[in-house]
Design a protein around this ligand. Structure first.
Ligand code: ADE
Length: 227
């Protein structure tokens, strides 16, 4: 999978060289390229923003650098072009699964009060455009959201996570939160590991874990059960 990220703060993404995703990049499983939007400006100040037509607070990202960046990065591959935005559809595990099937993603990180609306229309001529929100809160820009998405998508690419079974038994994969986990010692500060986990009875353990999943989903995220 190839992912191109466009941002005015490319060094945000340095953290993606660490750990699991860093290894996936070294192994060639994840071909991640981070670009500076200002490389597609031509003025002395490398300007990427301007005042909004119609007035209002803040600055809007100019369309020209975005157009040139998208032209160069999209090529003829018909990529999926993702713009992190609090005004987008909510990013879920199912969204991560869907994007993990794609060969080429471009993630365009906006800042300030947003990107000139015509950029989204133009991007739709180059590929499939998706405005995607991390949740119902406002970040200063798309970078942190893009990093979260890259990590959620990247770990679903076959081979990135060493033991694929660990992907199956986790929160949100089956619409429920994950059960609690325990390790040694079996008694710690007077707290015991639930006895069923020491029983060796695999059917009883599976039933207990399922019950835990349902119970904690009901307590913490009842919205997941009513969907
Ligand atoms: N940019 C600003 N806020 C955001 C959010 N909640 N999700 C995605 N991108 C954003």
């Amino acid at each position: 999978m190839r992912i191109d990220v466009v941002s005015i703060f490319p060094s945000y993404f340095d953290g993606l060289t660490l750990s699991l995703l860093g290894r996936a990049r070294e192994n060639g499983l994840l071909d991640l390229h981070v670009h500076d939007l200002r490389d597609w400006t031509s003025d002395r100040h490398r300007t990427v923003d301007d005042t909004p037509y119609g007035g209002g607070a803040g600055m809007v990202m100019k369309p020209e650098p975005w157009g040139l960046a998208l032209d160069e990065l999209a090529g003829s591959s018909r990529p999926t072009i993702i713009f992190p935005s609090p005004a987008g559809e909510v990013f879920r595990q199912s969204t991560a699964r869907e994007f993990a099937e794609h060969d080429h993603l471009i993630i365009g990180c906006g800042r300030y009060e947003g990107i000139d609306e015509r950029v989204f229309e133009y991007a739709a001529t180059l590929g499939e455009v998706r405005l995607v929100s991390l949740g119902d809160y406002v970040l200063n820009g798309g970078e942190v959201a893009a990093m979260a998405m890259i990590e959620a998508i990247g770990r679903l690419v076959p081979g990135v996570v060493g033991n694929p079974e660990s992907l199956v038994e986790e929160s949100h994969e089956d619409g429920l939160l994950e059960y609690g986990s325990y390790t040694k010692p079996s008694t710690w500060r007077d707290r015991e590991v639930p006895g069923v986990l020491l029983s060796g009875n695999h059917a009883a353990i599976a039933a207990w874990r399922r019950e835990q999943q349902i119970e904690r989903t009901r307590a913490r995220r009842p919205d997941l059960l009513s969907d």
